[in-house]
Design a protein around this ligand. Structure first.
Ligand code: G3P
Ligand code: CA
Length: 257
């Protein structure tokens, strides 16, 4: 038997699996991304950084300490060193042996299957990271007009301006934290000159903010929903998408009996 959901819940809501379906599998691993795909998310969200030898890897923190069995800064380790680390057992022993994926691996595995929301994490630490990402996408013929399956975002707004110049056909997003609750129309207009998405921490989202972002011509994907209540609150505020650790909290369409 299906579950009855309201009309509002049935409307199309973009479902973004945060660091993959990270409530169910270790964040930013292939297992978490596969889980997001299986759970029918529209996008998987990935955090991209650069190794000492200039390779793009998918990991959230600027050190490997929390999510692997190693220690040290991502930018001080070579790809070979990072690939030896276990990125799964911290989450559960069922995921022992998961590796830190490379950006190219994730793109090659998931392109054509699910959208990819690419976050440039701390790009100020990795000069040239925008070009590397742009080149990887251009080489694969993915930087084409209307490719809405790729979105690039960052808390570093200068990095997004630069990326937009390198990849004018692709959509970009600005991530904002708690300090942006009083964002002005002028600031939103400035963001809209290079970005298509304004993606705030969910705690600052109000009806008024959603209206202002829409009036500035952008969509809004708040982060990070971790409960059904949080997802429903965002639904009721008419956001365009929800970045969540639990894709099952964000329904796409009526569930049939
Ligand atoms: O996609 C938005 C969200 O991922 C930003 O915060 O710290 O989880 O990367 P964080
Ligand atoms: Ca992220």
């Amino acid at each position: 038997a299906g579950k009855v959901i309201s009309k509002q819940e049935q409307q199309k809501m973009v479902n973004i699996a945060h660091r993959g379906a990270s409530g169910h599998a270790p964040e930013n691993t292939m297992e978490a991304f596969h889980k997001g795909f299986e759970m029918k998310s529209d996008y998987i969200e990935i955090d991209v950084q650069m190794t000492k030898d200039g390779e793009l890897v998918v990991i959230h923190d600027t050190t490997v300490d929390r999510t692997t069995d190693g220690t040290g800064k991502v930018g001080d380790l070579t790809l070979e060193e990072i690939r030896q680390l276990d990125a799964g057992s911290w989450f559960s022993e069922n995921f022992t042996g998961e590796r830190v994926p490379t950006f190219e691996e994730v793109v090659d595995e998931f392109r054509g299957k699910v959208g990819i929301l690419i976050e440039l994490k701390a790009p100020e630490l990795y000069p040239g990271v925008e070009e590397k990402i742009a080149n990887a996408l251009i080489e694969r013929n993915m930087a084409t007009p209307n490719n809405n399956k790729i979105i690039i975002q960052s808390f570093n707004h200068e990095s997004m301006k630069k990326s937009k110049e390198l990849l004018p056909n692709l959509s970009h997003g600005v991530l904002t934290g708690g300090g942006w609750a009083d964002v002005t129309e002028e600031q939103l207009a400035q963001f809209a000159s290079y970005a298509d998405y304004f993606n705030p921490t969910m705690s600052i989202v109000t009806d008024e903010l959603v209206t202002d972002v829409h009036e500035a011509g952008m969509d809004i994907f708040p982060y990070t929903s971790r409960s059904q209540e949080q997802a429903l609150r965002l639904f009721n505020l008419n956001v365009d998408g929800i970045i969540t650790d639990y894709p099952e909290h964000v329904y796409h369409h009526p569930v049939k009996n």
